[in-house]
Write a protein of this length. Structure first.
Lengths: 112, 113
């Protein structure tokens, strides 16, 4: 296993469109996290899963955002009706319970 | 170039010199702190961590200092190399159960040849 992978790496979309990102965590990690990073800022927590259960969601995660981890392995993050303010890097991380978070390379979203 | 509204602190040092990057954290209850390095187009990469019951921890060419009295962290990088050029973030763990991290703003370190 070579680490956390994310697809696509870049996504350009028009305002109002829906987008979906995928994260494949390190295979033995039971926890999966989504963070958002805007230019010049540190990553901000969005949500996390333990196995398939979504245990916490940030207030940053509006009702246009939904994340799933149906089988406790890969996860998807969907943004509906994208807005220009959604433009950011979306980072996925995984860990063992209580272990170090390992981040993926991120998906950079640009909303035109 | 930098965008309007971007206030990323920057630090430039000569190759071979030592560098110190500082960070203030917000939550006095945080029990664990991490320094991450982020290169352009990549995700954050772990450098070194420290628990709140310690005040210093050393790694290979890196040292983290923790001052809980003033809620301050620093990262010292010895004998800097061109590959050290990156943005460095400190992060504090605010929820031990969830492993939720709160990141600082970041410092851009540039190593001049």
């Amino acid at each position: 296993d070579t680490g956390v992978s994310q697809n696509p790496r870049h996504k350009i979309t028009k305002r109002g469109q829906n987008v979906t990102f995928r994260c494949d965590p390190i295979s033995e990690h039971n926890r999966l996290y989504w963070y958002r990073q805007t230019l010049g800022q540190g990553p901000e927590f969005l949500t996390y899963f333990q196995n398939e259960a979504q245990l916490e969601k940030s207030r940053l995660l509006s009702d246009r955002f939904s994340a799933e981890r149906p089988k406790g392995s890969f996860s998807t993050l969907e943004i509906q009706r994208t807005e220009q303010g959604d433009s950011a890097m979306y980072l996925c991380a995984s860990s063992h319970s209580g272990g170090l978070l390992e981040f993926g390379p991120g998906t950079r979203l640009t909303v035109l | 170039g930098e965008s309007v509204g971007l206030h990323l602190p920057t630090l430039s040092v000569q190759e071979g010199d030592n560098s110190i990057i500082n960070c203030a954290y917000s939550n006095s209850a945080s029990d664990y702190f991490i320094w991450y390095k982020q290169e352009s187009g990549k995700g954050p990469q772990f450098i070194i961590d420290i628990r709140s019951n310690m005040d210093k921890r050393q790694g290979q060419r890196v040292t983290v200092l923790l001052n809980k009295t003033v809620k301050h962290l620093s990262l010292q990088i010895a004998a800097t190399q061109p590959g050290d050029s990156a943005v460095y973030f400190c992060a504090e763990r605010v929820n031990q159960g969830a492993q939720k991290l709160v990141f600082g703003q970041g410092t851009r370190l540039t190593i001049n040849p």
